[in-house]
Every structure is written in structure tokens, then in C-alpha cells.
Ligand binder design. Structure first.
Ligand SMILES: [Zn+2]
Length: 205
């Protein structure tokens, strides 16, 4: 069993990584358990670099988001779910899944760390959420794992976000800007996207 000191050092390490990725004090506090004042004194000593603004508490932003944000949120959420299935602690899974999301999309990240925290909360029913409101489903059209609201049909008649993204890509300049750059001739990174985890069945509660 790890000592109290080990657990505290682990929390500080995780807090530092979250702070570097732009998480708000409230998010860092929820994930690590460290008091916000302590987080501020350790990582935002001058107060000027504290992330401002209000992060979403509910998952409604995801349901109302445009296709690009929904697809990005799915990339993060599917990876987070896979890591949790593999036994990673929630905080570590949040961090690893966010880094993996950053690796397959362009910078700056369209899904902030706070929104990733929101998605993870509602996948697991922890932190912001009292119970899960999102789950990972597999699209019967394209096979991609994606996020759906619990209690709704897994796939709409016009497919998952990735079906719609691929269908619209060649006709929608916004999608071309979002998912293509000179070093990446294909949407996102095709090889990495193919290797992206197809999340297994939800684990038992
Ligand atoms: Zn699909």
C-alpha cells in the first residue's frame, strides 16, 4: 500500500500536468483532491495565468455542439473509456486520453481539458456527474466507436459523427480546415484513426 506521502506526491504530479494542459482550479481540485488555494500557490503563483471563464457543468454542450466538436469529443471520450476499462485510475486516464487526443488532432485543441473532464465525468458518473449520462457505442455504418447519450438509440439514421464527417468532408471547407494541414494530407491522421481503440463493452459498475 502506498504511503500518504506517496499519494500526495502523485496528486501534486497529476495537478501539475493538468495545470500545464490548461485545466481550471475547480477541475484540478476535483481530480486530485488538492485544495484550490494550494493548487493556485503551487502552479499559478502570480494569479495572472489562472484559466478564466466558466467551464460547463452539464453535458448539454456536447449534444448541442457542432460536428467538429462532437467528433473531437468522441476521440477523447472513446480513448478515456478504453483506458478505464484497462484499469487506469480516472485521473490518469483523463490525462493519458487527453494527450492521445492531442496527438491525433491539430493544435490548438478544440476540446479544452475542462471539456474533456466534463466528458469523462459523464462517462463514468464521477466528479461533475452523479451518474453516467454518456456511453460508448459502435456505429453500425462505419464501425467507429463514438459517444452517445445513455437511453438514446446508438446510431441515428444518418450515422455517427464520423460517418457525417467523412460524408461532408469534401464539400465542407470548415471540415477541411479543421482536419487537414500541409503535413497531414488526409483527414486527421488516417493511420492513427484506424488504430484508434474500438472501445470494448462497458465494465461493470
Ligand atoms: Zn459511423
Amino acid at each position: 500500500m502506498r504511503s500518504r506521502g506517496d499519494r500526495h506526491l502523485q496528486a501534486v504530479r497529476l495537478a501539475r500536468e493538468l495545470a500545464l494542459l490548461g485545466a481550471r482550479l475547480k477541475t484540478i481540485h476535483a481530480v486530485t483532491g488538492l485544495p484550490p488555494r494550494q493548487v493556485q500557490s503551487l502552479f499559478f503563483p502570480d494569479g495572472l495565468t489562472i484559466p478564466r471563464g466558466r467551464a460547463p457543468d452539464s453535458v448539454e454542450w456536447f449534444h448541442g455542439a457542432n460536428l467538429i466538436l462532437r467528433a473531437d469529443a468522441c476521440l477523447f471520450g472513446v480513448k478515456y473509456e478504453q483506458l478505464r476499462q484497462q484499469g487506469l485510475a480516472a485521473g490518469d486516464a483523463l490525462l493519458c486520453a487527453y494527450r492521445a487526443y492531442q496527438c491525433v488532432t491539430r493544435s490548438p485543441s478544440r476540446i479544452s481539458m475542462d471539456r474533456a473532464f466534463n466528458v469523462a465525468s459523464y462517462l463514468d458518473g464521477i466528479w461533475l456527474a452523479r451518474e453516467p449520462a454518456l456511453s460508448v457505442s459502435h456505429c453500425s455504418h462505419c464501425g467507429c466507436a463514438h459517444l452517445t447519450a445513455i437511453g438514446t438509440p446508438a446510431v441515428h439514421s444518418n450515422g455517427c459523427p464520423f460517418c457525417r464527417l467523412l460524408e461532408r468532408f469534401h464539400h465542407d471547407p470548415r471540415l477541411q480546415v479543421a482536419y487537414r494541414d500541409r503535413s497531414r494530407p488526409l483527414p486527421i491522421d488516417a493511420d492513427r484513426l484506424k488504430a484508434w481503440p474500438q472501445a470494448p463493452q462497458r465494465r461493470a459498475a
